[in-house]
Design a protein around this ligand. Structure first.
Ligand code: HPA
Length: 232
């Protein structure tokens, strides 16, 4: 057992899918996995291990934001021997040609968080996706006819900001979308020599203010999960 995950050694697969929402983890386990077993209920942050097409895979909720996300990712990598971490999340699109439901692969993650500044004594670390996972995700999406975009995203510490225009600076430098975890995920995976990739679906468009309904969220989530599960 680790502090925030009540599993025994061996309960968790070497590949873990990471939704922010623990109820998403349960939904994934119940909808896509066979013989899924819940290995964690500490703080309600549910985690499950089951099989997908005969291969063992786990799915673990992480909460929102880099600090919460890193608690779970760290314990998975440090205490349970996890080798592959795949975030499945939502994001707000910044570029005008990215639409609701689009799927993005985060090649790299900028941030307004100072967590890496603390880690690297004031210097900037450039976290990036694992190349092999990234290439595989691209080919799975292409073979299934699922359109995607890939590039730099922003992992922000702030959901409710004070300046409604602050995101536009990132947009002007080509950043595709904003979410709140990937910069931490890629850095932590690098420290442990693990493979990491973030797959995101666009749930809102910052330029137009459009947002997905919950039924649409479900549908776009399914396309993202198909890619993530095949990758796992
Ligand atoms: N900001 C941060 N995270 C998000 C957003 C957003 O606008 N949309 C979906 N995840």
């Amino acid at each position: 057992m680790s502090i925030h995950i009540g599993a025994q050694a061996g309960d968790i697969s070497e590949t873990v899918l990471l939704p922010g929402d623990p109820l998403r983890a349960r939904f994934v386990a119940e909808t896509f996995l066979e013989e899924a077993v819940c290995y964690n209920q500490v703080r309600g942050m549910l985690g499950f291990t089951g099989t997908y097409q005969g291969r063992r895979v786990s799915v673990q909720g992480t909460g929102m934001g880099i600090p919460s996300h890193l608690i779970y990712v760290h314990e998975l990598l440090a205490d349970y021997g996890v080798k592959r971490v795949i975030r499945v999340g939502s994001c707000g699109a910044m570029q005008p040609d990215i639409e609701l439901n689009d799927i993005l692969f985060a090649m790299s993650a900028s941030t307004d968080s100072h967590i890496n500044r603390l880690r690297f004594h004031g210097a900037d670390y450039a976290p990036c996706a694992d190349f092999e996972l990234f290439m595989k995700a691209c080919s799975i999406a292409a073979s299934r006819g699922i359109a995607f975009r890939a590039g730099n995203i922003l992992s922000s510490d702030v959901f409710y900001g004070d300046d409604p225009d602050s995101w536009k600076l990132w947009r002007d430098f080509g950043v595709l979308a904003v979410e709140m975890e990937t910069n931490g995920l890629y850095t932590e995976a690098a420290k442990f020599g693990a493979q990491a990739l973030s797959i995101l679906t666009v749930s809102d468009q910052l330029g137009t203010g459009q947002a997905l309904s919950s039924a649409d969220r479900e549908r776009s989530f399914t396309a993202m999960m198909q890619i993530a599960l095949e990758l796992a």
